[in-house]
Design a protein around this ligand. Structure first.
Ligand SMILES: [Zn+2]
Length: 300
């Protein structure tokens, strides 16, 4: 199947189907392997989301700059091809990539960590991740439980490994790591608070909860996958949230919210959207678990 047809599929099916398509069309690569990926990585204008948090990613592949008096934190590195866009976006906002002191990610998939090696080289920042993601980052994506060796990226060493509840601090900003596994084994949700117009707001950088094409039951590579996703949804429900953000723009209605910027209240303040996103994720995994268990029972 040609990349053109892949692209048409992508347009029809939306981002949620992209990972499933990749399973079919991916070839060992270190950059964007398909047209579908390129469609998510179009250059986008950077902007302020709320307080000291800025969007510096591509059209759908998100990246966040958190500015502090002691330098900046960058969350998500995009594809290899996103890194120069992130560098330009940071510059366009009046900051410099050399002032990034800490690099973070939600999970070690090609579309969120492909650019980290280059961003680390340019900034000299400390790369922080959970143990399972640190392992995948070191291996450049090799041996991924879902994608095998098909979605490789430049390997990069993690400088500090964090666990559930650990914090990362810079210039008065504190980010807390919450383990929310399922999409990957070390998927991480990061939280922080900001003061916006004199009001404290809770920000949740929600990990991906999708399982496109995954075997959610009896998966020898990840036996607890289904249970982990359900537990991660429960964890996320306990987090106070005013602003929710995610590794992909579609997961938090980036385009619609950006279009409303400048109106009051800030369109990114969306606690109801957060709860709806969690409800959708739970419905999705429960539906898949029921279907998979039914199929397994039929086979017996
Ligand atoms: Zn992913």
């Amino acid at each position: 199947m040609t990349t053109h047809r892949v692209s048409r599929f992508f347009t029809k099916l939306g981002c949620a189907a992209v990972c499933a398509l990749l399973m079919t069309f991916a070839a060992p690569a270190r950059g964007q392997p398909t047209e579908a990926f390129r469609a998510m990585n179009r250059p986008a204008k950077p902007f302020k989301i709320v307080s000291n948090i800025y969007y510096v990613g591509a059209s759908d592949i998100a990246s966040y700059l958190i500015v502090t008096p002691k330098g900046a934190i960058l969350l998500e590195g995009g594809f290899v091809e996103t890194a120069p866009q992130i560098v330009n976006n940071v510059r366009e906002l009046g900051f410099a990539v050399e002032n990034v002191k800490i690099l973070l990610t939600s999970h070690a998939h090609i579309d969120h960590v492909g650019g980290l090696a280059e961003l680390k080289r340019l900034s000299g920042a400390t790369l922080v991740a959970t143990a399972p993601e640190a392992e995948m980052l070191k291996r450049g994506g090799k041996g991924d439980f879902q994608y095998g060796d098909n979605l490789l990226f430049p390997a990069v060493d993690v400088d500090r490994v964090v666990g559930d509840g650990d914090t990362v601090e810079l210039g008065g900003v504190v980010l807390t790591a919450h383990l929310t596994p399922g999409h990957t084994k070390g998927s991480t949700t990061w939280t922080m608070s900001v003061v916006d117009g004199g009001v404290t707001r809770q920000v949740v950088f929600m990990a991906s909860l999708s399982t496109p094409g995954y075997d959610v039951v009896n998966n020898p590579a990840y036996p607890n996958l289904g249970k982990d996703i359900l537990r991660s949804v429960e964890t996320l429900r306990t987090l106070p949230c005013d602003v929710y953000l995610a590794p992909h723009g579609y997961a938090f209605a980036l385009d619609a919210k950006r279009a409303k910027l400048g109106t009051e209240p800030n369109p990114f303040i969306d606690p109801n959207g957060y709860r709806a996103a969690l409800d959708d994720a739970e419905k999705d995994i429960r539906r898949k678990l029921v279907a998979a268990e039914k199929k397994a029972a039929e086979k017996k």
